[in-house]
Design a protein around this ligand. Sequence first.
Ligand code: HPA
Length: 263
Amino acid sequence: MKSLGKIRIAVIGGTGFDKLFRKTRELRLGTPYGIAPPLHIGKIGGKRVVFLPRHGSSHSVPPHKINYRANIYALHEIGVERVLATNAVGAINTNFKPGDIVVPHDFVDFTKSRLTTFYNEAPVTHIDVSQPYCPEIRKLLIKTAEEYGFHAWNKAVLVCTEGPRFETPAEIKMFKRLGCDVVGMTGIPEAVLSRELEMCYASVCYVSNMAAGVQRRLTALDVSKVTKVFHSRIEQILITTIRSLPSRRNCPCMNTLRDARFE
Ligand code: HPA
């Protein structure tokens, strides 16, 4: 990767977030896990940033088919240390409303078929996820959202479902009882895989709908319409947060593998 030089900050987003910065280069990277979608490279506030469209450039890959390992590994390969993700979510907690910003502090994994680890061989590795999202990036995302005056929830439990269908009302009731606030299909295993490679990861989510059974009917078209409306807010938060990230990390994420292995 010498000719490219290290790119330490990544944004992972859905389709439409690729206008975050002017793309100066596009990169296609193969990994031991497969080929990642085209990586868009550019600059924000003088910092080199890579954007990864998680559903592919033309939004052709559904959430359960995304090659999460290839995506995260590709970012690690080019030197990324911090990942800022954005996800559309449905609100289970009825205090949350469409348009609200949510920076989750914890998650529940209800995915079913995804490959969620890089560590399938010895040494057996158990990473700590007592604090699953990077505290340093979370704090900055929340501060930025509040400074813009956006309605932002600074604590929330995100449940990740397998998709591609939306949830049933009974599932949402169950998640509510379990203490989940928002539901989405793409946050996991991105957060876990990033942590496994000692990269920081935090997500700025936006509520695109009330969850199934809370609102009468749920369509992908509605989700995409709301996304377009709130898109620029998320971009503002991401850009300002990236500008204000200190150059050196000040969080435990980079020491994840210390003491994580059976000798
Ligand atoms: N459920 C799952 N994923 C979602 C939702 C939802 O209600 N809204 C946006 N992504």
